[in-house]
Design a binder for this molecule. Sequence first.
Ligand code: PMV
Length: 323
Amino acid sequence: MSSTATALAHANIAFIKYWGNRNTELRLPVNGSISMNLRDMDTRTRVTFDPSLGEDSLTLNGEPQVGHALERVHRLLSRVRAMSGLRHFAAVDSENTFPMGAGIASSASAFAALSLAASTAAGLALPERALSRLARTGSGSASRSIPAGFVEWHTGSTHEDSCAASFASPQHWDLADCIAIVSAEHKATGSTQGHTLAPTSSLQGSRVESAPQRLEICRTAILKRDFTALAEVAELDSNLMHAVMMTSTPPLLYWQPATLAIMHAVQRWRGQGTPAFYTIDAGPNVHVITQQPHVKEIEGRLRQIPGVKDVLVATPGGPAQIV
Ligand code: PMV
């Protein structure tokens, strides 16, 4: 008999970034990270284990996938089969509500939704920590899309203790992420490969060594709703990660001219009293974080910057859920 489940998970934006693994196979990170889930930036995934299937299959936004994407999904499904004792192959059908591969962490929502849907369809009722661990093995940042709201992924030292937990609910703070889309094209070097290059930068050691201080400042700023403190530490952390990327061998240069134009504009706006800061993932798009009453103003200003193709807006999101 076949068994099926559908799950929905949100993307997340990291204020303290994950960049580099201690264990590539298990995706055990070199430093902890902190993020906010993004409501309406969703992946919805249906998993059906079926005895009549001869192999695992994946469709993404209606397109059948082969190669690397299917291989990553197959590896996670095999982990779920090993945990549950189920032997059947699965059909996976996944839809995203945002552009893939351009600095919005589509792999985070994808592997969080896949982990919840696959484990549920296989009859496992995994607690949040176990789900976060499972999602982590598919994509590190996916561990943070399992719990709700504002989330910290603790480095841990083993597979067992490297997982994410919520420290503030989505209602805790009315932040918003205005994502300036500079390019919606698929990036040349994805984060899986990027993590392996991190240790080639001579700056990575000092970034990792000083990460605990930034995690502490960031966690406290969020708990106290201190926008200025969060802005300063998040911009610093994003700049540190991009400094490592740019000084890796080979170097990773994700910024486009419009990326830098937005960074300058955001710092100018903050200087003039508008709450806004930038943070950038492995792509050219810029996440401009503000408070909800300022969304229209920020969105309007971003749209005037040459090179900005679109602006998407997201507020803090809840946990991954069965739908
Ligand atoms: O989860 P991955 O392997 O796609 O890595 C995500 C890396 C960044 O998005 C650049 C930073 C982060 O912490 O989300």
